[in-house]
Design a protein around this ligand. Structure first.
Ligand code: ADP
Ligand code: MG
Length: 227
């Protein structure tokens, strides 16, 4: 755990994923490695292709630091990615002492990338945000907001009100996505932030939503708590 400003603490990926697990919020398979040989050992127990990501209290947006390597298909790729991730972090001014290690995780594919966010507001309490990931949120600001407590029917409404919803709903013969699993995940996130009152901010981005019946998985999580 690492202090940020205003006595806020950015949980690392391992701590954040433990909290997701506690509340039954589905995530992809992963392990945490401090060394290259640990990374190889984890990789041996996962299904290819893999992804590796830097774990450092100094790095919030990992891809901006060259800290995310996708599509690793062999142990050789894993070894190379380990060195590259460390070198990239060093080049961005993060020294080895501030690099805890890497996560090695399964690469997932699905129908779309989505996001779930929560911010604790002094007036409203927990404000939940859902949306489609990538350009939809960056360019189109395509998100729906809801203030906890949320009914299941309101959560459905939040998802269906997204401009990009047709992309989850079989638009032009594309695959239908598992919207009920996404709604269930939003409900569980709401339970988590209600029970864990120290959680100030949460971002699951992306959540990869699969075909109807195949569920959805958080593959990136960022949680900020109060000290
Ligand atoms: P950050 O948001 O800190 O830059 P992410 O973990 O979100 O890092 O990774 C950046 C992008 O890489 C994601 O938005 C997603 O498109 C892709 N990605 C990350 N992890 C996975 C994964 N396990 N499977 C598939 N794609 C992934
Ligand atoms: Mg992310």
């Amino acid at each position: 755990m690492q202090p940020t400003t205003n006595k806020k603490i950015l949980l690392n990926e391992v701590e954040s994923r433990k909290l997701l697990k506690k509340y039954g919020i589905q995530q992809n398979e992963y392990g945490f490695a401090k060394t290259k040989s640990e990374a190889k050992e984890i990789a041996n127990n996962l299904t290819l292709p893999l992804v590796m990501k830097v774990v450092s209290p100094k790095i919030v947006h990992k891809s901006n630091f060259g800290g995310v390597k996708l599509g690793l298909n062999s142990l050789k790729d894993v070894v190379e990615a380990f060195d590259e991730i460390n070198a990239n972090a060093n080049n961005f001014g993060v020294s080895n002492i501030d690099i805890d290690g890497v996560t090695v995780q399964e690469m997932e594919s699905g129908v779309q990338e989505l996001l779930i966010g929560v911010k604790k507001d002094d007036t409203f309490g927990n404000v939940l945000v859902v949306g489609l990931g990538g350009v939809f949120v960056e360019l189109m600001k395509d998100v729906s907001l809801g203030i906890s407590p949320l009914s299941e029917s309101y959560i459905y409404k939040m998802v269906k009100n997204l401009k990009g919803f047709p992309l989850l709903d079989g638009y032009r013969g594309t695959e239908r996505a598992d919207v009920p699993a996404f709604v269930e995940m939003i409900k569980r996130v709401e339970v988590m932030v209600t029970e864990e009152d120290k959680v100030e901010e949460l971002d699951l981005n992306p959540v990869i939503i699969k075909r109807n019946g195949d569920g959805c998985l958080a593959v990136d999580v960022r949680i900020i708590t109060r000290a």
